[in-house]
Design a protein around this ligand. Structure first.
Ligand code: NAD
Ligand code: G3P
Length: 349
C-alpha cells in the first residue's frame, strides 16, 4: 500500500543546524518559502549557541542577518530567525531539515523525541553515520526511529561557499514517497541549485557519508604532491569501494544513484575543494594532528571524514573485511595508526 505524503495546507520549515552548509541552506529556504505558495513565511534556524566576543551568536544573526561565524559576508533573508532552543525552533514545524555534523544527531533527536508535529516529515542533509557500540547506522534511520516520521535525504556535489556565491550546482534528493520528493524539490531548488530526485533514500545518503573518507585519501595525495592521474585513481578506487560497501550492507540501492550528483559528482568535488581534503593535505605537509588542524583551519567547522574512517574501520575489522576495502582501511591506518602516507598505494595496487 502506498502511504499518503504528510502534506499540510501550509508547511512550516525549521532548519536544525547553522554551520557553513546549514546557513547556506537556510538562506535558500528563506528565499523559497517567501516566493512559493503553501509555506509559512518564517524559517526558524536552530543554532548551537556560542559566544562571539561578548555577544550570543543567535543575537548577532538576528541583528545583522548574517551568520558572522559560519558564513561571514553573506546576508540572510529577514524571514530567517535564529533560535537557541531546539524545541522552540521546531515547535509547529511540519518540515524538519537536519543539517548538523553527524556526531550530534542522536543527541538532538533525543531532545526532539515526542515533541514533533503529528504531520512532520524530515529531510537529512547530514553526511555521516551514527556510530553505536554494535556498528554504524544511517542517519535517516536514526531520525525515523526516534521521531517516527518519514525521512528523505539530500546530498550532492555541494561545497557550501560556492552555493552561497550562487555558482551553479546540482544536488540529489532521495525519496520513498514521490509526493514528498516533489515537495522537497520545490522547497530546495533555485536557478543555481538544481535538484534531481531519485527513489533511493539510502543510496543518496550513504554516498555522502562515505565520500568523506575518499576525500581524506585525496588530500593525502595532494600533500604528497602526486599528480592529477593519481588523484583520478583515488577517485575511481574510492567510488568503487563506496559502491561495494553500500551494496554489501544495504538492500534496494540503485546503480543509477552513483551517477547522480550525490555519487560521482560529489566524490570529484570533495576530492578537489572540500575541507576534509584540505585538512588531509595539511596533515601530510605539517605532521600536525587532525584535531589541531581542524581548530587551526576551520574556525569551528567540523571534519567528518576522519571520524567516519574510524567508525567504518570498526565495522570492517569486526567483520574481517579490511582487505576487501584497501583504500578505506589504508586511510584509517594513516590517520589513526601512524602508517606512513607514502604507503597509501601499498595495499591498493
Ligand atoms: N560545509 C559544506 O560544504 C557541506 C556541504 C554538504 C554537506 N555538508 C554536511 O552538512 C552537515 C553540517 O555541516 P555544516 O557545514 O553545516 O557544519 P560546520 O562543520 O560548518 O559547523 C559545525 C556546526 O556544529 C555545531 N556544533 C558544535 N558543537 C555542537 C554540538 N555539541 N551539538 C550540535 N551542534 C554542534 C556548530 O555550532 C556548527 O554549527 C555535515 O554532515 C556536513 O558533512 C557540509
Ligand atoms: O568540506 P567537506 O569535505 O566537508 O565537503 C563538503 C561537501 O560535502 C562537498 O559536497
Amino acid at each position: 500500500m502506498v502511504k499518503e505524503a504528510r502534506t499540510v495546507e501550509v508547511e512550516k520549515v525549521a532548519v536544525i543546524g547553522s554551520g557553513n552548509w546549514g546557513t547556506v541552506i537556510a538562506r535558500i529556504l528563506g528565499g523559497n518559502v517567501a516566493q512559493q505558495k503553501g509555506f509559512d513565511r518564517e524559517v526558524k534556524m536552530w543554532v548551537f549557541e556560542e559566544m562571539i566576543g561578548d555577544k550570543k551568536l543567535t543575537e548577532l544573526i538576528n541583528e545583522k542577518h548574517e551568520n558572522v561565524k559560519y558564513l561571514p559576508g553573506f546576508k540572510l533573508p529577514n524571514n530567517i530567525k535564529a533560535v537557541p532552543d531546539i524545541l522552540e525552533a521546531t515547535k509547529d514545524a511540519t518540515v524538519l531539515v537536519f543539517v548538523i555534523p553527524h556526531q550530534f544527531v542522536r543527541e538532538v533527536c533525543d531532545k526532539l523525541q515526542g515533541n514533533v508535529h503529528s504531520k512532520a516529515k524530515a529531510i537529512s542533509l547530514v553526511k555521516g553515520f551514527d556510530a553505536t557500540e554494535t556498528g554504524i547506522r544511517p542517519i535517516s534511520h536514526v531520525i525515523k526511529e526516534a521521531l517516527k516520521i518519514p525521512v528523505c535525504t539530500l546530498s550532492g556535489a555541494n561545497i557550501a561557499n560556492e552555493i552561497a556565491e550562487e555558482k551553479f550546482s546540482e544536488t540529489t534528493i532521495g525519496y520513498k514517497n514521490l509526493q514528498e520528493g516533489e515537495l522537497f524539490k520545490r522547497l530546495f531548488e533555485t536557478k543555481y541549485f538544481k535538484v534531481g530526485i531519485v527513489d533511493d533514500v539510502l543510496g543518496v545518503e550513504l554516498c555522502g557519508a562515505l565520500k568523506n573518507v575518499v576525500a581524506i585519501g585525496a588530500g593525502i595525495i595532494d600533500g604528497l604532491k602526486l599528480g592529477d592521474n593519481t588523484k583520478a585513481a583515488i577517485i575511481r578506487i574510492g567510488l568503487l569501494e563506496m559502491k561495494k560497501y553500500i551494496k554489501m550492507f544495504y538492500k534496494g540501492i540503485k546503480d543509477e544513484t552513483f551517477f547522480e550528483s550525490c555519487g560521482i559528482a560529489d566524490v570529484i568535488t570533495t576530492c578537489y575543494g572540500g575541507r576534509n581534503r584540505k585538512a588531509a593535505e595539511a596533515f601530510v605537509l605539517t605532521g600536525k594532528s587532525f584535531d589541531q588542524l581542524e581548530k587551526e583551519l576551520l574556525n569551528g567547522q567540523k571534519l567528518q571524514g576522519t571520524l567516519t574512517a574510524k567508525e567504518l574501520n570498526t565495522v570492517l575489522k569486526n567483520k574481517g573485511l579490511e582487505n576487501e576495502f584497501p583504500l578505506f582501511t589504508t586511510v584509517y591506518k594513516i590517520v589513526f595508526e601512524g602508517l606512513d602516507p607514502k604507503k597509501i598505494f601499498d595495499d591498493i595496487v
